[in-house]
Design a protein around this ligand. Structure first.
Ligand SMILES: Nc1ncnc2c1ncn2[C@@H]1O[C@H](COP(=O)(O)OP(=O)(O)OP(=O)(O)O)[C@@H](O)[C@H]1O
Length: 584
């Protein structure tokens, strides 16, 4: 496989893709007031509440993902969407801050480079629209299933190391993801010219799949802040059954528990993500998950007992020794004893990826004594289901929330409870599958291995740190670190929270100025209070028959701009520079 061929394959459009709509006959002024994005209607995926499409910023020509959340669908769950939005926004801001301050670690992977970036947001009559980093190279689930299992040395270790660094970052920010799973790990589009030919780089000793640099953790729909003072938070029965930790299993039925019983439940926290990491690492290595049994009750029981399937052959294979030890660390039933992400960076299974920083922080080094007795209670292959779980969207995600009277913080994506899903239904081939098959073909061609010499990286970074190298800022950006904030989109190319009538799809670039945000240097902030007053009560009280609050015709006919703003998704707007709201 030639490097350049692979890179160009990646960039190649699928034959069925429709062309981007062309801007025609519009002057600069007109464009400035219209939706800044067009989509060619290529759907990248869909969730319970949203459709995700590829889109292009008409001014910068940069490609992004456009997540369209139907207001109608989320009308009773607006707080959930808002929570996801707030989290994404605050993480994105934090990341930009870190980049500005040049806060780079010495690790091959930097967690904050691998979290889905929110670039822009706006709303339309029907949708709340988030513009995020484009990850059009499929997801980890597809990659595992496609290949049946991943290569232990080059892929499982590097992907796992990358995810450890993501978790370390998230946890250091006080955020628990709660839905780490293969479906939520996407492969991003490389946007930096310098990165596109990374396949050709050879640095030396140890080989790993460079696609690991493209991993992006998405879907913050269940993420939560663990130091929240909200009563009963982090006692919810949420997640995806194959991946949930024993402490989450204990929360099953929490909706039916008395206040005292709920009070007795231990609040869980970041260790639930470490457990899920163990499941994901195992799934990558074998193509099936460790705890899944024939029935969900059996699965939950196996999770509680930490009874996972161990393949005899690999158990005695020295190649798998560190792997088994690693998953054993993740599958520690007591969350207080379970290793943290920071701690796992020293684990022999992945420590090479953190060789430089680990060597600088020797005092943190912990002994990972390999315990050859893999925990194995009563499992047999016949009880465990040795096949990949069906691809889960939220339909296979548990959500037993609603514990404190349906307050916004704990109200759920589902009405209150849902039956545990059938995880073992055969996957039917639908059109999405077919298009994924095409992406898989592309991926197959682009898989590339490279090698990197930790010592060389160490010297390189040290030289820069101590100022012996010429480059200061850019010098610290590691060759294989694929994250780029630049070029930052110009201010007038962003929607930044405003309202648009022609958003979710092909913009016709005819939106009258009266429907765009006017005098916008203060407009959104100014209208936030009105939104509070108008949006919240209205949406909260909307029944399925009451569509008056958000209705196409309302907007088209309504000449009162404050009314339009009032119906906006409640977003506090500040651009990443902390400037006043921009003029759109
Ligand atoms: N930035 C992105 N780039 C490419 N594809 C994406 C992106 N974000 C999401 N997708 C695709 O769209 C699908 C749905 O996205 P997401 O999970 O965020 O939506 P959701 O409504 O929160 O779904 P659910 O709540 O049902 O999990 C994902 O499974 C993924 O395949």
């Amino acid at each position: 496989m030639t490097t350049s061929a692979s890179a160009s394959q990646l960039q190649k459009r699928l034959p069925e893709e429709k062309p981007w709509p062309q801007l025609s006959g519009c002057n600069e002024d007109a464009q400035a007031f219209k939706c800044k994005y067009v989509t060619n209607h290529n759907s990248l995926g869909d969730g319970n509440f949203s459709v995700v499409k590829e889109c292009m910023n008409v001014q910068t020509k940069d490609l992004y993902a456009m997540k369209l959340i139907k207001k109608q669908t989320v009308r009773n769950k607006i707080q959930l969407i808002q929570r996801e939005f707030d989290l994404l926004r605050s993480i994105s801001e934090k990341i930009r801050d870190m980049e500005k301050k040049n806060e780079h670690s010495l690790d091959i992977f930097e967690g904050h480079h691998h979290i889905l970036q929110l670039f822009d947001y706006f709303e339309t009559a029907d949708n709340i629209v988030l513009i995020t980093q484009l990850c059009q190279k499929g997801d980890l689930y597809e990659k595992i299933v496609e290949n049946q299992a991943l290569d232990l040395q080059t892929q499982v270790t590097s992907y796992c190391a990358c995810i450890v660094s993501i978790l370390e970052f998230l946890h250091s920010q006080g955020i628990v993801h709660r839905d780490l799973k293969a479906e939520n790990v996407l492969f991003r589009l490389r946007v930096n010219e310098n990165e596109k030919n990374l396949q050709g780089e050879h640095h030396g000793d140890f080989k790993y799949d460079l696609l690991a640099h493209d991993l992006v953790l998405a879907d913050f729909g269940l993420a939560a802040e663990y130091n929240t003072t909200k009563i009963n938070s982090l006692k919810e029965f949420v997640g995806t059954i194959s991946y949930i930790a024993p402490e989450i299993v204990k929360c099953k039925g929490v909706g039916d528990m008395s206040t005292d019983q709920v009070g007795e439940l231990e609040k869980y926290g970041c260790p639930v993500d470490i457990w899920a990491l163990g499941v994901l690492t195992y799934f990558m290595a074998f193509g099936y998950t460790p705890f899944d049994c024939t029935t969900d009750d059996e699965t939950l029981e196996c999770i509680s007992k930490c009874d996972y399937y161990v393949d005899e052959q690999t158990m005695h294979d020295p190649k798998y020794e560190q792997f088994w030890n690693f998953v054993q660390c993740c599958f520690t039933v007591d969350p207080a004893v379970r290793r943290s992400a920071t701690n796992l960076k020293h684990h022999p299974f992945i420590k090479d990826y953190f060789a430089t920083s680990n060597s600088l922080h020797k005092k943190d080094t912990t002994n990972f004594v390999f315990n050859p007795t893999i925990r194995r209670v009563s499992s047999t292959a016949s009880m465990h289901t040795l096949r990949s779980p069906s691809k889960s969207r939220k339909t296979t995600t548990l959500a037993y929330l609603n514990m404190d009277g349906g307050s916004s913080e704990t109200s759920t994506a589902f009405n209150s409870k849902m039956d545990l899903p059938d995880l073992y239904v055969d996957r039917t081939i639908n059109s999405r599958e077919r298009s994924l098959n095409r992406i898989r073909d592309t991926l197959k061609k682009t898989l590339s291995m490279t090698s990197l010499k930790p010592a060389a990286t160490h010297e390189f970074l040290h030289a820069n740190k101590s100022g012996t190298s010429s480059s200061s800022k850019s010098g610290l950006v590691k060759k294989n670190s694929t994250f780029v904030l630049d070029p930052k989109p110009p201010k007038n190319s962003l929607m930044n929270g405003c309202f648009s009538t022609t958003p979710e799809s092909r913009s016709n670039f005819n939106t009258p100025k009266s429907l765009s945000r006017q005098g916008s240097s203060t407009s959104v902030k100014k209208f936030v209070n009105e939104m509070d007053l108008l949006l919240t009560p209205r949406t909260a009280s909307m029944s399925s028959h009451d569509t008056t609050a958000i209705n196409d015709n309302d907007f088209i006919n309504d000449k009162n701009s404050s009314r339009k703003h009032a119906a906006s998704f409640q977003v506090n707007v500040d651009d990443s520079d902390g400037d006043e709201t921009m003029l759109i």
